[in-house]
Design a protein around this ligand. Sequence first.
Ligand code: SF4
Length: 384
Amino acid sequence: MVSRRNFLKLGAATATATLAGGVSLSSAKDLPVKGGKDFSPKTGRRMGFASRKAIPTSCWSCVTRCPAMGYVEDGRLVKMEGHPNSIRTEGVMCAKGQAGVNQLYDPDRILHPMKRVGKRGEGKWKRISWDEALNEVAGRLKKLRDDGHPEKFMFHYGRMKSSSSKLIKSVFLATYGTGTGGNHTSICEGGKWTAQEFTWGGHYDNWDFDNTRFVLNFGSNVLEAHTNHVPTAHRLLWAMAERDLRMVTFDVRLSNTAAKSSEWVPIKPGTDLAVVLAMCNVVMSEDLYKGDGEDFLKFCKATANNNASVVDKVATLKAHLAQYTPAWAEEISGVSADKIASIAREFAAARPGCVINYRGSVAHYNGHDTERAIQMLASITGNI
Ligand code: SF4
């Protein structure tokens, strides 16, 4: 049977074969190329393939690191597209990635070391050489270490590129003697990852949108931006379009993801934890954990006793969660008790399901605990 997805793939393959047959690139000759048939930003004239080089690369405009193709005209990058052979992105690229050309040639991009010469905030800088910059930084680092306080040196960065991470953290910082660092994650989803590390010993989300029947979403704007954005959003949209996947989104605002969901449930900021705990209460008190959830409890620690039986774990969870009723959560979150209970029942019954979340629920003072509660909800419904 030819599904809509297969039909589109067939069309893309046919078009690719046609293009590749008539085109020869000066590099990456065997790659089917989509780019090039547009107008040159340099001359304003229509471009043919022969005038551009297609250079395989990857996008670093976010942590997803999508495989990409850069199109170079007279030594200048003029266009970015998804890599057509990528099984992760299925050849597509988001708008931010395509706009990466502007980042490269931004007139305000800092290309040299700059030293502040005015007061902080005054915006006065002068260009200095690399030697001057390195000597100044090294002098300050040496003083801190000589004074016996290497930990006062904080290494602050955005994202490190692959092997540079090992080099800087394991060699430079370890040799110098500081473990003090700050990065993108510190102000983003740090609470989520630490909670997963406390719960599972490691972290990373990897949702099975190709097979899930129900997505319960607490504060992720997954269709617009997310860790692993393009591959994740692409697979979720396929599932919504082809399998009528049901998605319920709790969010303080009507984001594009909330608007595309089967149902949007507005919630007060920072109160997802109460709703999730109440859902866990419904699952345990109504015995909805039986089946996959009960099986998974064999592998979870729910009591002080490492060797507790599943019966003991169930009794402990029921007793602990009894206080978190849907009515209690309604007072805190503004979401009606009936809505909380009905979505909990629906999620527990719709196996396989998956619960997803991001900064909408974890970028709060209680985000770490919210993530742990979400992992509990996934565990007791057997949706890990
Ligand atoms: S999701 Fe978009 S911005 Fe992020 S790496 Fe992929 S193309 Fe680039």
